[in-house]
Design a protein around this ligand. Structure first.
Ligand SMILES: [Zn+2]
Length: 641
């Protein structure tokens, strides 16, 4: 949360007002001073090559060049992944701290409104973000161009980094008037309870809708306005491009189609938005469509989001005692004491413990010839699916071992498995508090200190490649077990406590294989993550073990049901299906200081990154289906030890 100046600035005034009635654009906009300060801040970090000015808006008044240098592209790609803002330097963290004070002042107001929104139970999202809603279910009155079509009007969708990208960051109408709409076909009678909107995701322009009406229909011919009593409702929309704003309908409406009909928009922008719809599908015997990927849970596991406190709380009736292991992990440990052990590898900046579940026939012991395996999830706190999958995996392994499932018995007997569900527990709590629909794209990614943990490991690549260029390898410089450089061990080095804990963990256990679970895409990446040519944003940079890494990545990708799906559309702006849903990390975008490269070069442990789903924070109702998508992959990958 700390590390996101733009969103924080925007968040304070942008809290949702329940049942708010039509406010003109001027009234809903933040004051000019705030707007231009956030505007200049943003432009300061988006590598606009023209000198940054403090007024006006990028894109219209000052045309930005359409071609970018490699270095700029690197930074842009990096910002895309992170969520639009560069960060990580001490200077930026200092800036952020000032911002935080500003937010705290306004907090009581925001939380009061948050409480109000919780009064009415909301239906789950239809799935514009998760892609459960297909492109053909989205229609619009007009579009600016194909890349900004109705099919792009999905919550949290990310644009490509080029101006005019084919895969752009939202729906934009082709005309600027109050007759424009984005239509969602739920394909069955649905009880609609709420609408979430977001502005356009773009590094070139600012566009968002400041107020809108909604309409409902059963046949797309006769439309009923959304009403509060007899009065037509005008909902307050967005105040910045990124913060999602939820409007609960004053009363739920049953219909098949819903339209979002913008009334006012950011004065220097045009009509663009991304959306999610909350609605409960109603039974319909005449429905000829079936939901794609209808969740079919075959395993009865604890499918919900577990926050730290909840996990940590003792069972009902049990006296509160601290410290104790997380609840779900404790439960698994109680059920399978002979094959499990819960231990902590350290604490986060805010003091939350980093718990690991060990599963093995002789927990607590390294047995000769028995390989050590680890899964790490939640390094980016807002990419929450991996955390829940690992909790499900613990339950599953315990249960199936007890049942005598031969595959699981063999796996547990022949491997020492370590599962770290939450590498960045502080970041997770930030995202969790906002929830699956309102945490946006980046809230909770970083640690409390604003550190991106996947850039925080010691860069051993540069030392190795320098030594190789000087022909010092392997006689004067090792090509494996590369020592940590001295600067990294200094007390004033910017190394997060979470990173230190994981490095100590890697040094303590002789791991041979690992996967690092992320979210926001559907692809498996393998080292190196950092490009060998330092100024290149993307460059194929294989390790000497490339065939093995490609095999490992392929094993996961070809058993994952979501990646396998025949006609799946790209999550955001890149299509990985042609390469079998795997890619060399550096060939996607360079990541210096990644955990994978460090693991490989410092400890010889082979680690890949799995991007588990398009949606970083899937709604709880998606979790059974996501377990089904990943169950076989999680098992077969462990079997590769
Ligand atoms: Zn990530």
């Amino acid at each position: 949360m700390l590390a996101l100046p733009l969103l924080l600035l925007a968040l304070a005034p942008a809290a949702w007002v329940p049942g708010a009635h039509g406010a003109p654009a001027n009234a809903t906009l933040s004051p000019g001073s705030e707007r231009s300060s956030s505007s200049s801040r943003r432009r300061g970090v988006t590598a606009a090559p023209t000198a940054p000015s403090t007024s006006g808006r990028a894109g219209l008044e000052e045309p930005l060049p359409s071609s970018k240098s490699e270095g700029q592209r690197a930074r842009l790609a990096e910002e895309k992944e992170a969520g639009g803002e560069a960060r990580g330097t001490t200077k930026q963290s200092r800036r952020v701290k000032i911002v935080q004070k500003k937010v705290l002042k306004k907090k009581p107001k925001a939380s009061a409104q948050g409480a109000a929104s919780k009064r009415e139970p909301q239906c789950p999202p239809l799935g514009l973000e998760s892609l459960r809603v297909s492109d053909s279910q989205l229609r619009a009155s007009s579009i600016k161009r194909y890349g900004l079509g109705a099919h792009r009007g999905r919550l949290n969708i990310q644009s490509g980094i080029h101006d005019g990208d084919f895969y752009d960051g939202g729906w934009c109408s082709g005309h600027e008037d109050r007759n424009q709409w984005l239509e969602i076909d739920a394909r069955r009678p649905t009880r609609f309870t709420g609408v979430i909107t977001q502005g356009l995701n773009s590094i070139w322009t600012y566009d968002w809708v400041t107020s809108y009406k909604v309409q409902f229909s059963n046949d797309t011919h006769a439309w009923q306005p959304g009403r509060n009593g007899t009065e037509e409702v005008v909902f307050q929309g967005n105040k910045d491009p990124e913060t999602p704003v939820l409007n609960a309908l004053p009363t739920p409406v049953v219909a098949r189609y819903i339209r979002i009909n913008p009334q006012t928009w950011f004065e220097n922008g045009t009509i663009c938005l991304r959306a999610e719809i909350l609605g409960c599908p109603l039974p319909d015997p005449n429905n000829i469509y079936s939901w794609e990927r209808e969740p079919v849970p075959t395993d009865k596991l604890d499918f919900r989001h577990h926050d730290y406190k909840e996990m940590r709380k003792p069972q009902a009736g049990e006296a509160s005692r601290a410290p104790c292991p997380p609840q779900l992990m404790k439960k698994v440990n109680d059920e399978c004491p002979n094959i499990t052990r819960v231990y902590s590898i350290g604490k986060s900046y805010l003091g939350l413990k980093m718990y690991v579940m060990e599963i093995s026939d002789n927990p607590g012991q390294h047995e000769l010839g028995e390989p050590e395996f680890r899964y790490v999830a939640g390094m980016h706190g807002n990419e929450v699916l991996g955390r829940e999958l690992l909790l499900n995996l613990m339950e599953y392994l315990c249960r199936e071992f007890t049942r005598g499932n031969p595959r699981v018995v063999r796996l547990v007997s022949e491997t020492r498995i370590h599962l770290l569900p939450s590498m960045n527990p502080d970041g997770y709590e930030t995202a969790y508090k906002l929830g699956s629909e309102l945490s946006g794209w980046a809230m909770g990614r970083w640690t409390y200190e604003g550190i991106d943990l996947n850039h925080n490991f010691a860069d051993l690549n540069t030392a190795l490649w320098d030594a190789e260029d000087n022909e010092l390898v392997p006689h004067k410089f090792p090509n494996h077990y590369i020592p940590i450089p001295e600067y990294y061990t200094f007390a004033n080095a910017t190394v997060a406590p979470e990173t230190r804990a994981v490095i100590d963990w890697m040094q303590k256990y002789p791991f041979v294989l690992s996967a690092n679970l992320h979210g926001g895409e559907l692809v498996v990446t393998y080292p190196f993550d950092m490009t060998r040519t330092y100024w290149k944003a993307q460059e194929l940079t294989p390790t000497p073990d490339d065939p093995v890494f490609r095999w490992l990545a392929t094993v996961y990708a070809t058993t994952n049901l979501a990646m396998l799906e025949d006609e799946r559309r790209p999550c955001h702006y890149e299509d990985f299906t042609r390469e079998g849903n795997i890619i060399n990390g550096a060939n996607w975008h360079t990541v210096p200081g990644s955990m994978n490269d460090f693991s490989y070069l410092h400890t010889n442990c082979f680690e890949v990154t799995v991007e588990l789903s398009c949606d970083k924070f899937p709604h709880a109702s998606e979790l059974p289906a996501e377990w089904e998508n990943n169950k076989e992959s999680l098992l077969v990958f462990m079997e590769q030890t």
